[in-house]
Design a protein around this ligand. Structure first.
Ligand code: FAD
Ligand code: NAP
Length: 532
């Protein structure tokens, strides 16, 4: 019996799709199977690939050789893309890819610093949370394998800790103003926050973010102390237990170390459960709901030594917020646009630590530790004549309010186009008067609004971009710079897809060429994002 050789699997993927030869072969096989095709096929467009493989970047990653550098990709996909790469690259893929600077580095430098053993803290990636910390711990253990030792040239120079410009060297600002940006009846709670910087000499530029050191909710601190059964004034390193719980440690997701500690203090079945949780498993289906208090309540009755308990927690990290003011029109002040994170789990309201601190726990006139996180690749064009298109639904409007103020203060002649969207026009039109006044004066050449819950149909900014594709393309042809700010997981991806569609339809290009055009915009800093 003769065996007919299988024909080679044709390529369904565009040349620039970010895959290794093995991944390319595997995906081509998958698509061939999906379509039942073996010959005469045309490669899929970037958009089609993105639809079939959710999360795959629509345009090639800016950083050559780092296809995982995309904040919309889940950790597992990022690690897959980094498979077989040297350890520093795999460590980088474990980061959340936001380059948000909350850890004090960008993703690449944080991983390089860990690899060089210059940075021992593996839990600094706020957006990556526990998943990133766990993956880094796993990868870190490879550092001790022969051949993995850091080489001299890989060592990253220590960050300059200029006062006020580093998480390690914050300054003290004062809360000067807080007002709610939604009207009563809104389902959102978003605040305009103004901080007085007079005493700090801190200077910032539009596009920068502000790092904030929050304080935990005192009610939660007391509940944790109650569950611990320890005296609030128990001394820990010259401070009391209560003080340390307030501003020293995170009371959010219970870290693996806490479950490790709990496993030493329990026995039998409970010990098994604690050990499994410490290993990142979910033996009882509730792991995602276990903050520090819920973990103590789950294993009620354990009485850890308060010092060992504190040791087992993660440090309380700063959070960063896009600055929503220009220093040129707000001397000595900085403003933020903050969505308060509150949600309920098992009948207890969980509070986003920094956003609810700014939304209410700090009183007017009180002090807060802050630092400026300089923007990387997020700035107005150097040429003030260039048109700018700004797409910022929800809190994404923040840096664009700053851009508009800056262009007004500097009499920049270039036209400005803002896309803003939110749930309901009557309740969630942030900075409505200001924007309408700028529209009336002509400073805001165009204002496009997208209300997702005004009618039966969801209207999003990307839908409005498609509606106005002809004009959008005309602005791009005139050299417009385009900016996106807000939700990284879905909105930013959808906006990029809409832009590619607009370029394809109105710029008369194939989808592949349109994706390349957008990639080129990114490369030339004409398409910049600040997403989280
Ligand atoms: C560069 C950058 C700029 C940013 N700019 C802004 C800005 O201008 N405005 C702004 O508001 N934010 C902004 N953020 C986000 C901000 O930094 C914080 O991440 C955000 O405020 C939440 O922090 P928190 O401490 O209040 O919440 P945390 O205590 O960190 O809690 C948030 C966590 O709670 C969980 N969670 C939230 N909602 C739910 C839910 N419904 N169900 C279950 N779990 C949930 C999620 O795990 C989430 O990660 C920005 C982030 C970056 C990186
Ligand atoms: N974890 C999550 O699932 C999630 C989701 C969104 C935002 N966030 C976070 O919540 C915080 C604050 O959010 P926010 O106040 O800025 O507002 P937001 O919740 O991001 O919503 C702003 C507007 O964007 C709309 N929207 C939802 N999905 C969209 C998409 N794929 N494309 C375009 N628009 C979309 C919303 O519509 P509808 O809500 O009516 O659909 C709403 O009208 C941010 O930190 C953000 O990262 C988290």
């Amino acid at each position: 019996m003769s065996i007919t050789p299988r024909p080679p699997i044709p390529s369904f993927l565009p040349e620039n799709a970010p895959f290794s030869p093995e991944q390319r072969a595997w995906l081509n096989g998958l698509f061939a199977g999906l379509y039942g095709l073996t010959e005469g096929v045309t490669p899929l467009s970037a958009q089609e690939v993105a639809q079939l493989v959710p999360g795959v970047a629509l345009t090639p990653a800016i950083e050559d050789g780092a296809p995982w550098h995309d904040p919309a990709l889940p950790l597992a996909d990022r690690m897959k893309l980094a498979e077989g790469k040297p350890l520093p690259q795999r460590m980088m893929a474990a980061m959340a890819q936001q380059d948000c600077g909350q850890c004090g580095y960008n993703c690449k430098d944080y991983s390089a610093a860990i690899f060089a053993k210059k940075e021992e803290r593996l839990n600094l990636c706020v957006p990556g949370g526990k998943d990133t910390a766990r993956k880094l711990k796993e990868l870190y253990s490879e550092l001790d394998t022969p051949g993995a030792a850091p080489q001299a040239e890989k060592i990253v120079p220590a960050q300059p800790a200029r006062l006020g410009y580093s998480r390690d060297n914050p300054v003290v600002a004062t809360l000067a103003q807080r007002r709610r940006l939604n009207r009563d009846g809104s389902q959102k709670e978003t605040w305009h926050i103004e901080l007085d910087l007079e005493a700090t000499e801190l200077a910032y530029e539009v596009g920068d973010s502000l790092g904030i050191y929050p304080i935990n909710d005192p009610g939660l601190v007391d509940a944790v102390i109650g569950a611990l059964g320890a005296p609030p004034d128990f001394p820990i390193g010259g401070r009391t237990l209560r003080e340390t719980l307030k501003d020293g440690v995170s009371l959010s997701p219970a870290p693996d170390m806490l479950f490790q500690l709990i496993s030493y203090l329990t026995g039998g079945e409970r010990r098994k459960v604690a050990k499994a949780l410490a290993a990142g498993q979910d033996p009882e289906g509730d792991a995602a709901t276990l903050d520090v208090l819920a973990a103590l309540q789950k294993f009620a009755g354990i009485r850890p030594d308060p010092e060992a308990f504190i040791e087992a927690l993660d440090p309380l990290q700063p959070r960063v917020y896009s600055i929503s003011s220009s220093p040129k029109s707000n001397a000595g002040r900085v403003s933020l646009t903050v969505d308060a994170v509150r949600y309920e789990v098992n009948e207890r309201v969980r509070l986003g630590v920094a956003s609810t601190f700014l939304a209410g726990r700090i009183a007017l006139g009180q002090k807060v530790r802050v630092y400026v996180q300089k923007a990387q690749h997020f700035a107005l064009p150097a040429d003030p004549n260039k048109p700018v298109i700004m797409i910022g639904p929800g809190t994404g409007i923040a840096p664009f309010r700053a851009f508009l103020q800056e262009r007004l203060a500097t009499n920049a002649p270039g036209p400005n186009w803002l896309y803003f969207g939110h749930q309901r026009s009557d309740y969630d039109f942030f900075y409505e008067e200001e924007l309408k006044a700028m529209r009336k004066s002509g400073h805001l050449s165009r204002l496009t609004l997208a209300w997702s819950r005004d009618g039966d149909e969801k209207i999003y900014v990307q839908g409005r971009m498609r509606d106005e594709g002809r004009d959008l393309w005309a602005w791009l042809e005139r050299g417009a710079h385009i900016y996106v700010c807000g939700d990284a997981l879905r909105m930013a991806k959808d906006v990029e897809r809409a832009l590619i569609d607009v370029v394809s339809e109105h710029g008369k290009r194939s989808p592949e060429d349109a994706a390349r055009f957008v990639a080129e915009l990114k490369k030339n800093d004409r398409y910049q994002v600040d997403v989280y």
